[in-house]
Design a protein around this ligand. Structure first.
Ligand code: IMP
Length: 202
């Protein structure tokens, strides 16, 4: 592939950067975290995962002059009309941690029958060649599951201990990381991004 030599990643999260590097290995570009280039985080003011991912990617590209990759993800719960959605990270407030968010979700779902506790993780990955790119690559991955009444498992992060995956008979926090990557919204979005970049720079 003859794509760009350097791409800025609009995330400071070391785990995400590792996953991206592994998946995009044969893309041939150096992936540089935006923090290493002095880019401040953009405000996630959009009302969709796509809007927020694009805000982050365009900001990173504008500040560096490089092509950029960004993602946005979250949990949509049907019985809560799609909440917490784009507010997943700050569901219980700006300083909320995973446990606070889990507590709030359980409180808001109290009394909801098991059959009505359907939910999905969504991840949107975007790539822009420059800040004004009119044809950004946008890839969406979805992972369907159900919200339990109590937490199970201790790997993963965020809402993983509440997210029951019917095909596996366990929560996302009970899966080993490789299996989670194979099934998850993020893994699907990343693999779709890889395919899209391959055809863009074929
Ligand atoms: P972000 O895309 O890093 O901003 O993540 C948004 C929020 O969605 C996270 O803080 C988690 O609360 C939730 N989330 C996203 N992906 C996952 C996942 O794979 N497991 C558990 N929670 C997740």
């Amino acid at each position: 592939m003859s794509g760009p030599r350097r791409v800025v990643v609009a995330s400071g999260n070391a785990g995400k950067l590792r996953e991206l590097c592994a998946l995009l290995e044969d893309f041939g570009a150096d992936l540089v975290p935006q923090s290493a280039l002095g880019v401040a985080e953009a405000e996630e003011s959009g009302n969709s995962f796509e809007a927020n991912a694009l805000i982050k990617a365009r900001n990173a590209s504008r500040c560096t002059g490089l092509p950029a990759i960004a993602d946005d993800s979250g949990l949509e719960v049907d019985a809560l009309d799609g909440a917490p959605g784009v507010l997943s990270a700050r569901y219980a407030g700006g300083d909320a941690g995973d446990e606070d968010n889990i507590d709030k979700l359980l409180t808001n779902l109290a009394g909801v029958d098991a059959s009505a506790r359907t939910a999905r993780f969504v991840c949107v990955m975007v790539y822009v060649e420059n800040a004004e790119d009119r044809a950004p690559v946008i890839c969406r991955g979805i992972w369907e599951g159900r919200i339990l009444e109590t937490t199970r498992g201790d790997s993963g992060f965020g809402y993983d201990p509440l997210f029951f995956v019917p095909s596996e008979g366990m929560t996302a926090a009970e899966l080993d990381p490789e299996r989670k990557n194979a099934l998850s919204h993020r893994g699907k979005a990343l693999r779709a991004l890889k395919r899209a970049l391959r055809s863009r720079y074929a």
